[in-house]
Design a binder for this molecule. Sequence first.
Ligand code: SF4
Length: 833
Amino acid sequence: MNLSRVLSTEILPVVDRPSRYLGTEHNAVHKQGARVRMALAFPDLYDLGLGNLGLHILYAILNRIDGVAAERVYAPAPDMERELRARGLKLFGVESRDELCDFDAIGFTLQSELTFTNILNMIDLAGLPLRTAHRAAGPIVLAGGPAVFNPEPLAPFIDAFVIGDGEQVVSEIAGVLAVHRERDARLLALSRLEGVYVPALYPMETLPDGRVVPPLDAPKIRKRTARALDGNNFPVDYIVPFTEQVHDRVSLEVLRGCTQGCRFCQAGMTTRPVRERTVDAVEELMTRTLAATGYEEVSLVSLSTCDHSRVRSLVERTSTMAKAQHVALSLPSLRLDSFSVELADMASSTRRTGLTFAPEAASPRLRAVINKWIPDDELIEMASAAYEKGWEHVKTYFMIGLPTEREEDIVAIADLCARTLAAGKRKNPRATVNTGVSTFVPKPFTPFQWARQINIQETEEKQSLLLQNIKRHKNIKFGRHKPHETFLEGLVSRADRRAGDLIEAAWRHGARFDAWGEHLDFGAWQRAIDEVGYDCDDALRERALDERLPWDHIDIHVPKAWFVADYERAMLLQHAPDCRAKKCHDCGVIDVERALCAHMLRNSIEGRKAERAWTRAPLAAVPEPLPVQRLRFRVGREGDARFLGHLEWQKAWQRALRRAGAPIAYTQGFHPHPRVDFSSALPSGEESRAEFMDARLVRRVDMEALFSSLRATAPAGFLLLGVEEVPLEAAATMGEVRGWRYELVPGLAIDEARAAAERIERATALPVTRRSKSGPIEVDVRPMVDRIAVRDDGVVELDLGTVNGKPGKAREIVELMQLPPTTRVVRTEVRFR
Ligand code: SF4
């Protein structure tokens, strides 16, 4: 069933941020007549999910295949869930708005254990039985991604897991779905693909104490590894969101994998060996992606970007390109050394706010245990260098509850922050330190997978010990994670299939969005723990080194024996340096991926030589060029584009101008802004044919050519109605607006519409309640109604003005007239002074 009509007329007008569900973003793919339809599902809000690079990659690969269509679906916010359930509707793919039960497969990206209840919620909202055992037909439910390496807690609900990189296997899965149409045949064929795990077809053994583990002789599921990060699989036609994102930028993956060997880090172990993009490839992808999207920020992402073998050239060339295009460049994963400060310095613009480092442990002893080795002096020197270069805030992240931790290790966090701050104050009197502390959660496939996790009470005690010590120092801010979140993560991260009962019970008790402090319902989890009799102490306990583990059947190429050896090295405080810097530690990957490991080692040797010879090209400070031309575009919107908020709509036009190649002028100063102005705010829910957008340009352009390019790249529902050149010094349109003319199309009989209009005309006062910064306020909107009349075709013409700076709002008049909520509101004219 298709939900387009009900969404546009009934649901989108009443939910928060309707732009999350439009599916008409620039570069979204709308493919018709596909034989295989796959819904790529992100189990969290759109605002977080749209930036997920893995989902963009799979979306692009699948949509390039003939006969295959991929759509997206995100966890609906609570208000959307309410609207769907109230009407008995199912969750839908955002592009087609078809219900998910019409698809061949729903593929979840697993980010963290705290999204597991959202996955169950989305399966339920899709109209499928929660458990695979109860499904006889309908879409195959798949899952892959970074949190998939212990698939067992979700095994009762997921038909097939994809272990490792998805680039190749996703096409193979689409092939299986195209050939086999029956559920059982599909599952059998999927189970034969390398890297695909179908729990229902896999034998498990229940031990006498109740633990469910793979049999000793069971076949292994070997993770998939993408051979190379070639440009073909990078989604240069990145979807450009309307809704403001938690990370609103292009994520450009520069390398995958990490060989630093931090002993708590699962991603570092499961993504080996390192594969990287050449600097030329990154530069080319960045050029194409910016041209295709109009984005203003690019992030060079990886687990540790400083470990790129030619990172200086990489940062220099990308930052030069970024500056020329008024694009911000970010390096989110900085290593702990002064070299990182040098790179951040090259990448950053003139304004410096915060720089983030994650020592994770504050005492040298504990840093040796976790294999994140750096002497205290170097840490402080690095922070000093950052303050000296103009950063005022250094953010530091630590963990509590790490194996072998003692009280003095906690006190050392406050001490290290204080010494960092003192050193910083000598360089910069405005220096501050922000400290974030989270609780260690032992993860499968790490040397610490056997360690005990501390419980909520212990976390609180350690946090308050730290707080007492931090309070003694001014200018150190302390942020702590909620102990409940990491506790819940710990309940399932190393669990076996029995945890499925707990997750289901928690979901049934109302748990959703467990990673969001404002949504986390710990009471729901407590009721679930009691109901299923879940043994929380057992979930957090230390495991014996020879214990059979629920994930023993997953093969990430690093054998268990190596993790045991590294755990023992940790207990002896032995540092294992990065194999790319020193020598191979024989972690096992080389036995399977000899060519990749050899290439990685060779590349890093060559890279070190190249980096030694690198010299930085001198950078000249260039002031922003002044505008030489000002174009005034008449713009508007129709259809579902009306649901955009004013800021979303403005930003979408600015990005469209960038895609169209407009040489936009920028303001001077620390934070240059594009000199693009709009005549007035356009409220969500209103269509328009009457807005003006002024763009100042630093180079004269052919007005008609730019008009055509802009029209070609504007998102669906965006109207470009005219353009003229105006003098540079012309007054801003916003200051000249005295009101707006509207057409209201209620679809009523003409007498009804006339009676409603007369009520407004005859009224002496029309009080409404509006929201203001200081709370609700009562406003009489009658003086804002300059004219109201009903035409013979039943359309209401309405002229609104402003009174004491407060604008008339057409939707308020629709409500006062008691017109149907589905009434179209179209702004047809701006009334200038
Ligand atoms: S096998 Fe050796 S070179 Fe390859 S990732 Fe492991 S430690 Fe590094």
